[in-house]
Write a protein that binds this ligand. Structure first.
Ligand code: SAM
Length: 360
């Protein structure tokens, strides 16, 4: 997978909790003043789709070394790490992957997290393929909201992009099931790639206008090192807003909280809103408060990281919660990354961890 990991030095486990600037004692702030508000947890590195921009078939084939079961964090281990993050100020947890609904018993993990962390904002990102059956159990287990990825409403385009011939209709069924289960507001993620699905941008907006579902158009990013990213393939968010706004006038909306990833635009006629995620053309590193926990328990402080920190070794080595909290706080305080602000064609070629492993 091209991942390079740094095992935490044992001495680090004994670090005292660092004091944070302008934050409650024990809540870490990184070298650029960013708190640790969000945790994304990749619960599996496997997916049943082979989206060409994420897990291209030629790389993620039958010979691909997916993680063996023993290397994957158990639900108990995930809950423990989440609890420690919560103690460090994390307010939001997103389960992702890979495809998180492929992880057997995912609703049990949701229930465990909910029981342990009643006040946390708990959400999940999925390709929607198994959502029809799982939407209700996930809601009943305590999931707050859900984001479903859907790159096109045109069946031919969608089947080509997921590269496993999966039909749009089944994702739409999953979306409706999520809505009916009360996992609202349902968000719909569309990665826009020039010449591949950008002709679908306005159709997508039109389809979900007035439904309460929020489409978020995502700039194609140079995550990992297998998706052949080129700047020319990126449709800047400003162009998305222009295209959608040309059909349905849009008004800029305020962020709901500091550091919100998507820039929000409301339909002027009150039919709801869209979001644009501009990691490439308008980097939002300055307000990034997200940590990522890989399927095998490595902590990453940037989606574009080349290395992570081996928390699993600590967990399985007997470290207690204080030691774990001290280590995480220490890692966060040392964080200075701002990849999207310094991206060039050259940095894009660097070997970065794959999104399916680190968690999208
Ligand atoms: N399997 C789940 C899904 O399909 O939503 C969760 C994991 S997926 C890696 C999370 C999100 O990352 C999806 O919305 C996906 O479209 C997006 N994504 C993957 N590769 C991307 C890329 N190169 N640029 C932008 N977004 C990407």
């Amino acid at each position: 997978m091209g991942k390079v990991t740094i095992a935490l030095h044992d001495a680090r486990a004994g670090l005292p909790m660092p004091a944070a600037r302008g934050a409650p004692a024990g809540v870490p702030v990184d070298a650029r003043g960013r708190g640790l508000r969000d945790l994304r947890i990749s619960v599996t590195d496997r997916c049943n789709f082979r989206c060409t921009y994420c897990m291209p078939k030629e790389v993620f084939d039958a010979d691909h070394p997916f993680l063996p079961h023993a290397e994957i964090l158990s639900f108990e281990e995930i809950v423990r790490v989440a609890r420690v993050f919560r103690s460090l100020g994390t307010a939001k947890i997103r389960l992702t992957g890979g495809e998180p609904l492929l992880r057997r018993g995912i609703e049990r993990l949701v229930a465990m997290l909910r029981a342990e962390l009643p006040g946390v904002d708990l959400t999940l990102t999925t390709n929607g393929s198994a959502l029809k059956a799982l939407a209700r159990p996930l809601k009943a287990a305590g999931l707050d909201r859900i984001t479903v990825s859907l790159d096109s409403l045109d069946d031919t385009t969608f089947r080509a992009m997921n590269d496993v011939d999966f039909p749009v209709a089944r994702v739409l069924e999953g979306l409706e099931a999520a809505d009916a289960a009360g996992l609202a507001p349902v968000k719909v993620n569309m990665v826009v790639k020039r010449g591949v699905n950008d002709h679908q941008v306005v159709d997508m907006a039109r389809h979900f206008r007035g439904t309460g579902k929020i489409v978020r158009f995502i700039e194609f990013m140079d995550v990992g090192s297998t998706n052949g990213w080129r700047m020319d393939d990126v449709i800047p968010s400003a162009e998305i807003v222009r295209r959608v706004g040309g059909h349905f006038p849009l008004v800029a909306a305020d962020p709901q909280y500091k550091g919100e990833v998507a820039e929000r635009w409301r339909y002027a006629d009150g039919a709801g809103e869209i979001g644009v995620i501009s990691s490439v053309t308008q980097a939002f590193c300055a307000t990034c408060t997200r940590a990522r926990l890989s399927t095998d328990g490595h902590l990453y402080t940037c989606l574009f990281a080349q290395q992570g920190y081996d928390l699993k070794r600590m967990i399985r080595g007997g470290a207690d919660d204080d030691a774990l909290a001290g280590a995480i706080a220490g890692i966060w305080e040392g964080r200075a990354d701002r990849y999207s602000e310094i991206r060039t064609a050259e940095t894009a070629k660097a070997r970065k961890v794959e999104m399916s492993y680190i968690g999208g």
